[in-house]
Write a protein that binds this ligand. Structure first.
Ligand SMILES: [Zn+2]
Length: 501
């Protein structure tokens, strides 16, 4: 499994020329001169050379450009640098941080030195945090099955000058570790990450992290009459589908009655589309249709690393959506564990089927908040592209907070409506509800309307349709096409912008 080992060294003072001359790889961020005039952190020793060489006598202007220069010292230290405004948006800052780190990663650097020059202390912290997030994300290797393995990542350390953060970026590193786990699992080919393999990895993680693990296998789900989940699982030649329930208990238990946070994830290890088989173009890449479950697992790992003081339940719906003689079909009617009868319309809408029974179980435990993650609909991708994810909630007063958590974390979400009249599109002649509409209009909203029926006990609920699970060339601080979107977002939502439940 993935190894995550990334160190931060912090130096309270800005580097001297002698210190700069000893280190090969540097990242420097300059404040636009107008901002620097108000400000404070020490200049970089070679600052005039870097800013004048490229821009002549005119000052370097803030922008998204990354400059690279070798210093005229004996080792030719390479400096990747940029000039920014102090109020740069988080997404843009993280994107820039990814590009600055990439300059050194390409050269197989093991350590990168950092200085942020010309900013106030709060801005300095924010900028360094983004560089930590980007460097930690770039430090991990994704699965590779090449017979001649590529050179493993050597990057394992940042040396930050002129600033000391008391907790040494503990949360940022925990988020990066959760995200790395999520991406690693998502990249695994589906013949190497079947539900059986996935469960074995989860068992190892549970042992290492002290999580309580329950696995509701097909027989247990039959006893619970979880017909929505089982409709998808029945097409598999191996009965290894099931719902994983993990529980984190805080080290110092506050009160036995303390409500838990619930995380739910869609874990379809391969989605062929089922009987309504996908065309080749849309099937390729469907081993990543389990990314929602990996995001939930990544959030759980991050919260465990941070030893949060509330319990966390994590529910992962693991299955394959196969074709075959036993696979479910359009026009089948199945009954979910809460008694809802569902008319199947399109077997490729399997995500909402496995989530339905999982949401019933998760919400019946009366969590303080339930968040689910799923690579659920193409409609969400058509609506916002792959650099945003869609968000839905049954607490409409929280929508502004949900957006704000995206702006601040740099993992951006955009909300969609969840009004009742959308249910007209799911009316069935023969059952309580249709699984989806045949025509795909606003399928992301219909999917969310379908899911909300299975959220019980008036549980506050946030549903994230992961349209940005994959983005060519990376996204924000993440350098790989597989993004693992949602961990940094969720931490912001839980720690900084807590929604009203
Ligand atoms: Zn599907």
């Amino acid at each position: 499994m993935i190894k995550f080992d990334f160190k931060i060294r912090q130096k309270p003072l800005a580097p001297t020329t002698t210190q700069v001359d000893k280190l090969k790889n540097w990242i420097v961020l300059f404040a636009e001169p107008a901002a620097a005039a108000r400000r404070q952190s020490e200049p970089f020793p070679y600052q005039p050379l870097l800013t004048v060489r490229l821009s002549g006598s005119a000052p370097l202007r803030a922008g998204s450009e990354v400059y690279v220069t070798d210093l005229p010292n004996s080792i030719g230290s390479r400096v990747a640098y940029a000039c920014i405004k102090p109020d740069i948006k988080s997404f843009e800052l993280l994107t820039l941080a990814r590009k600055l780190v990439a300059v050194h990663k390409k050269l197989h650097a093991s350590s990168i030195a950092v200085q942020v020059s010309g900013f106030g202390a709060t801005e300095q912290h924010r900028i360094c945090e983004a560089i930590v997030a980007a460097a930690a994300s770039a430090s991990v290797d994704m699965p590779s099955f090449k017979s001649k393995p590529a050179k493993a990542s050597t990057l394992n350390q940042l040396e930050i000058y002129g600033l000391v953060q008391k907790d040494s970026y503990r949360r940022t590193l925990a988020e990066a570790e959760g995200n790395a786990l999520c991406r690693w699992l998502s990249v695994m080919p589906s013949n190497k990450l079947t539900p059986t393999d996935y469960l074995a990895h989860i068992k190892t993680l549970s042992r290492e992290n002290g999580w309580k693990l329950d696995f509701l296998d097909v027989k247990a789900l039959q006893r619970k009459k979880a017909g929505a989940f089982l409709a998808v699982a029945q097409g598999s030649p191996v009965a290894d589908a099931g719902i994983v329930h993990l529980r984190y208990t805080p080290p110092a238990k506050k009160s036995a009655k303390q409500k838990a946070l619930a995380l739910v994830g869609k874990g379809i290890c391969y989605d062929t589309g089922g009987t309504n088989l996908k065309p080749a173009k849309f099937m390729f890449g469907m081993h990543e249709d389990m990314q929602g479950s990996a995001v939930a697992l990544g959030v759980l790992l991050t919260l465990t690393r941070l030893q949060v003081n509330f319990p966390v339940d994590c529910w992962l719906a693991l299955a394959m959506n196969h074709i075959g003689p036993l696979a479910y079909k359009p026009n089948d009617v199945v009954t979910a564990s809460d008694g809802t009868t569902i008319e199947i319309v399109h077997t490729d809408a399997e995500g909402r089927m496995v989530l339905a029974d999982t949401l019933v179980m998760a919400s019946n435990q009366k969590p303080s908040l339930l968040i689910d993650y799923a690579t659920l609909t193409g409609a969400c991708v058509y609506s916002v592209g792959t650099s945003y994810s869609g968000v839905f909630t049954n607490r409409p007063d929280s929508i502004a907070t949900l957006i704000k958590a995206g702006v601040e974390s740099g993992e951006r979400v955009w909300p969609f409506p969840l009004d009742e009249d959308y249910d007209d599109g799911l009316k069935s002649e023969i059952a309580d509800v249709k699984q989806c509409a045949m025509e795909g209009n606003a399928d992301h909203i219909l999917a969310a309307r379908f899911l909300q029926r299975f959220v019980k006990q008036d549980t506050p609920w946030v549903h994230i349709d992961l349209s940005s699970s994959r983005n060519k060339g990376g996204l924000a601080h993440i350098p790989t096409d597989t993004i693992g979107f949602g961990i940094r977002y969720t931490l912001n939502l839980l720690m900084d912008n807590r929604i009203d439940t």
